[in-house]
Design a protein around this ligand. Structure first.
Ligand code: CAA
Length: 450
């Protein structure tokens, strides 16, 4: 049977940085630890004035094609996942292909291009589309390019402002991939929700506290659905658990629920019973409130146990390293989490070949998806050259006033004509695609800056 999966990845962060504890917190009159400890974030990435979802996506894709020695003819499909699109008709993938055709001799004339939307889930859904296209035998030996690109901005003073971010992850989906193969088994948890949405508006309407509950509920349903096809999941089945990471504190909450679920009726629950008792079972309680209270108490105890902390430190924490320093990249976020884990394994010299990842994606509105991935023998060569640490290091560190200006530059309602034209960039572009002003039909124009 043909195996299909991710053959290569490349990451591009927005080139500006907002330091949350040192710049954002003082301006907001907040305790810096709300960000570092509460949300688990040190900084957010922002696009410079000449960057947007097209330039970040095209730059990530260009790097990936160069690294893999690809030409446009090798690509049969380009899907862009984004929830920051600026056009209700023309897909971002056409802009990105147009950029790439400026630097390659060939064209993407025979590649199928599209744009996928389901909030932050769309990157994973685009991988799914590519998987199905290849499995159906329609790819003619070619690979698919999946690009998750977003500028995750919230309205000023919205509680979500602390979790902003911007960047792109480009992934090559191929037969016999060299990084990870994807499981046939998938689990879904899906419901019509209004936790986070953008009804024809750039910045989201968010019910933040509810969105956290909806994430947890849909993720639980997805895990149960996954188990219904793949069998019971235990804590030792997976080397890492990359999850959608709107902010690391969200994954910290989800991981505790997942651990409780995976250890129920196992020897681990028995071992922990002496220390924190057994897990409360709903049928043993007369009313919901008492059951909820008992659960809270159990979870409080569970998160302090050595067993949980060791598992969390080994399987979950390594997925959060990049996210802590760049914030939420919406569609790209879970793919950053995977890259973060693999890069940690690479740095630690860990032999990961044949090991499995449990990948949990989530999109508001709302739907969660869980599948497994198997790391391939050749994985190290696909991770060794990632430059994300250097990119993070090289970002321009914004003052609060500069941040306000940058937020306005990318705000479509604030005199958008200035974007990229009158407002000087904070960094100098080199060997990359940049925004180059507006065309006569309101289209965005781009060029390659030498
Ligand atoms: N020291 C340590 N911790 C502190 C602290 C301090 N001084 N001050 C606060 N904290 C903790 C709080 O206790 C809280 O932790 P718990 O939830 O574990 O109790 C955490 O820091 C955040 O504090 P608040 O709840 O007071 O923060 P807030 O009200 O400003 O908003 C938020 C938090 C609701 C997540 C908000 O940032 C938000 O709306 N974000 C956008 C929505 C979002 O990301 N939702 C996630 C699920 S939806 C999704 O995943 C899709 C997506 O990508 C958007």
């Amino acid at each position: 049977m043909t195996e299909v999966g991710i053959d290569a990845i490349e990451i591009w962060t927005g080139k500006l940085k907002l330091d949350l504890p040192n710049t954002f917190a003082p301006a907001k009159g907040e305790d810096p630890e709300k960000y570092t400890k509460g949300l688990g974030l040190n900084a957010s990435s922002f696009p410079d004035t000449y960057e947007d979802i097209v330039t970040m996506g095209a730059n990530a894709a260009h790097r990936l094609m160069e690294h893999e020695g690809l030409e446009p003819e090798d690509i049969g499909r380009i899907d862009v996942a984004t929830e920051s699109s600026f056009d209700n008709s023309k897909p971002v993938s056409t802009y990105i292909a147009g950029c790439l055709e400026r630097v390659y001799d060939g064209k993407f004339s025979h590649a199928n291009k599209g744009e996928r939307k389901f909030a932050c889930l769309a990157g994973t859904q685009s991988i799914d589309d590519a998987y199905n296209w290849i499995k159906a035998g329609r790819n003619r030996g070619r690979s698919a390019l999946v690009i998750a690109t977003d500028t995750a901005l919230y309205a000023r003073n919205d509680p979500g402002e602390a979790t902003q971010g911007a960047g792109a992850v480009a992934m090559l989906i191929s037969e016999d991939p060299e990084l990870v193969t994807l499981s046939t088994e998938q689990g879904y948890g899906s419901a019509d929700e209004t936790d986070f949405l953008k009804p024809n508006q750039q910045f989201p309407s968010v019910d933040g506290k509810r969105s956290v509950q909806v994430y947890l509920a849909r993720m639980r349903e997805a895990l149960q659905d996954f188990e219904s096809v793949a069998g019971r999941v235990t804590v030792e089945d997976f080397a890492y658990g990359p999850f959608h990471t709107p902010f690391p504190g969200m994954v910290r909450k989800a991981a505790l629920f997942a651990y409780r679920h995976m250890t129920r009726d196992t020897a681990i629950e028995d071992d922990l019973a002496e220390e924190i008792g057994r897990q409360p079972r709903e049928e043993a309680f007369d009313d919901d409130e008492a059951y909820e209270e008992a659960l809270r108490e159990y979870m409080d105890g569970l998160k302090r146990t050595d067993a949980y902390q060791e598992w969390y430190g080994r399987v979950i924490d390594p997925t959060l390293t990049i996210s802590r320093n760049v914030g939420n990249w919406y569609t790209g976020s879970v793919h950053l989490a995977r890259a973060s884990a693999l890069r940690t394994a690479f740095e630690e010299g860990r032999d990961l070949a044949g090991e499995r990842l449990m990948v949990g994606s989530y999109g508001s509105g709302a739907q969660a998806e869980i599948h497994a991935e198997t790391v391939q023998d050749t994985w190290e060569g696909k991770i060794a050259d990632l430059t994300i640490d250097q990119q993070i290091e090289d970002r321009y560190d914004l003052s609060y006033e500069e941040y306000e200006r940058v937020h306005d530059v990318h705000n479509h309602d604030v005199d958008s004509d200035v974007e990229g034209e009158d407002v000087e960039g904070f960094t100098a572009p080199a060997e990359e695609f940049v925004f180059d002003g507006w065309g006569r039909m309101g289209e965005r124009k781009y060029r390659f800056a030498e």
